[in-house]
Design a protein around this ligand. Structure first.
Ligand code: 3PG
Length: 212
């Protein structure tokens, strides 16, 4: 099984794209790419999210494009059929893990507790999403987990921002940091692509300081 960390491109960042249309998704992805981003997660929270994945794959072939908010076996299948190159979920159940693994693409299922991490390990996984990272204990929790789950690496998501990014990304058990802070609704709706590129560039500089 390929791990997500082995396929992630660019800095250790996984910005979220939540787009109303495939065209808007490509505009957001282009702005992120211009800021140095190499990998993005399109969340299945809008009607056209699957079309957005396909559109970004075709318009920006150098970007790695995954699907997030995978909540069912049907989501996992539809996302990979649309071209998703990895899958991320906010939660873990045995059924969901089986379905995500069955797609054959790298996955990062969501965990917030030691028992959920242990379950992911039982499925042979060593990389998971830590969600919601800030509310689930943040940096202190990740440090506490590092002692017992020495082989597990995390993608913290939920509450990551430009201010705390360095603290998260500096942790040895964090392989990539995700979230929506590079693509805030306000900038998307005002089509301020230059500002999204600028945010991405700042985050890229920070991420590359800790994870080259
Ligand atoms: C996710 O989908 O991973 C989270 O909603 C991202 O959380 P954030 O908006 O706090 O970055």
């Amino acid at each position: 099984m390929m791990t997500l960390s082995s396929v992630v491109r660019g800095p250790a960042l996984l910005p979220i794209i939540q787009a109303d249309t495939p065209t808007q998704a490509v505009q957001i992805a282009t702005a992120l790419q211009q800021g140095g981003i190499g990998s993005v997660e399109v969340v299945l929270r809008t009607q056209q999210a699957l079309g957005a994945i396909t559109a970004i794959r075709s318009a920006l072939p150098e970007l790695l494009v995954g699907a997030g908010t995978i909540l069912s076996a049907a989501d996992a299948k539809a996302a990979t059929a649309a071209g998703a190159q990895f899958l991320v979920s906010p939660a873990s159940t045995p059924h969901l893990l089986e379905a995500m693994l069955a797609t054959g693409v790298p996955i990062a299922p969501g965990v917030a507790t030691p028992s959920e991490i242990a379950m992911a390990c039982e499925f042979g996984l060593t990389e998971v999403k830590f969600f919601p990272a800030h509310l689930s204990g943040g940096i202190a929790m990740l440090k506490a987990l590092s002692g017992v789950f020495q082989q597990v690496r995390f993608c913290p998501t939920g509450g990551i921002n430009q201010q705390n990014l360095a603290d998260f990304i500096a942790l040895p058990n964090v392989f990539v940091a995700g979230g929506s802070w590079l693509t805030p609704d306000k900038l998307v709706h005002t089509q301020d692509w230059a500002q999204i590129s600028a945010l991405a560039e700042q985050a890229t500089v920070l991420a590359n300081q800790y994870k080259a």
